[in-house]
Design a protein around this ligand. Structure first.
Ligand SMILES: [Zn+2]
Ligand SMILES: [Zn+2]
Length: 275
């Protein structure tokens, strides 16, 4: 689903309800910025032959290497400025003051090196008053439209039946949401960074790859639309929507946000979100 479509859905929801819950207001604002950027981007040419793509995937490597992820730095910085302003406005979510986000110059907050480190899942360069985790969230939100644009150009290379790894075939990111297919209940994971969807085993933890069924279970709500898969080995959880129950009309990428109460529930039970 496009970012624009998600923004529209949230616009409609806001109209119906008068006012969105505060967390959804935050997401709404972030998504408006991301959709605005997405609109300005031209589809990148993948720069990969089918042969190279097949070889990379065969070796378990994601399709987009850090050195090939190229984007307009000025546009990125403007995006980051907009995102940082929204974080500043909702700074109480992060237990920080609005000024903490406004004071440091952007180049100091996020450099090209920090984006590379973020992409590779490595530690970021020192960031001053704002914690690494929050800088990661800023980068995540600002890079997302650029990365999604690449994902759209590369997804055609992925052979779903053969990938089945616990990280994204396009960017190597972790999943933060999943759905069960309406036809046969197969489980698809959603990349937290680029929204790529990929097929994954239902009876395996997508974080530590544990397959011991004694350590894996799920909670579900009364009408069984949502599932919270949990793993006792690594203590992570995965929110999932069952499209056999919910129907295929729902927008999965939006459901990931609307289910924020499931995150709270998971944390209450002692499980961790994906870091
Ligand atoms: Zn991805
Ligand atoms: Zn696990």
């Amino acid at each position: 689903m496009t970012l624009e479509r998600i923004v529209q859905k949230l616009d409609e929801l806001e109209k119906e309800e008068g006012k969105l819950p505060e967390l959804m207001q935050f997401y709404h604002r972030i998504l408006q910025i991301q959709a605005g950027v997405g609109d300005q981007l031209e589809k990148p040419s993948p720069g990969l032959t089918r042969e190279t793509a097949t070889e990379r995937l065969g070796q378990g490597k994601p399709l987009l290497e850090a050195s090939e992820f190229i984007f307009d730095w000025t546009l990125f910085q403007n995006t980051l400025r907009g995102i940082t302003d929204v974080f500043s406005e909702f700074s109480h979510f992060f237990d920080l003051t609005p000024e903490t986000f406004r004071e440091p110059p952007l180049e100091q907050l996020v450099s090209r090196d920090s984006i590379e480190a973020w992409y590779a899942g490595e530690d970021l360069p020192p960031t001053g008053a704002i914690s690494q985790d929050i800088i990661r969230e800023l980068i995540h939100a600002a890079v997302r439209p650029f990365l999604m644009n690449y994902a759209g150009a590369l997804i055609g290379f992925v052979k779903q039946e053969t990938w089945r790894r616990n990280y994204c075939p396009v960017c190597g990111g972790n999943a933060d949401f999943a759905y069960l297919e309406p036809e046969n209940g197969a489980r698809w994971l959603l990349c937290s960074r680029c929204d790529t969807e990929w097929l994954f085993q239902r009876l395996q933890c997508p974080y530590c790859q544990n397959q011991d069924q004694n350590d894996l279970s799920f909670y579900s709500d009364d009408d069984e639309v949502y599932r919270l898969y949990v793993c006792e080995k690594c203590k992570h959880y995965l929110k999932t929507i069952d499209l056999r129950k919910a129907g295929s009309e729902v927008e999965v990428s939006l459901e990931r946000l609307l289910t924020y109460e499931l995150d709270a529930q998971a944390r209450e039970y002692g499980y961790l979100p994906v870091g």
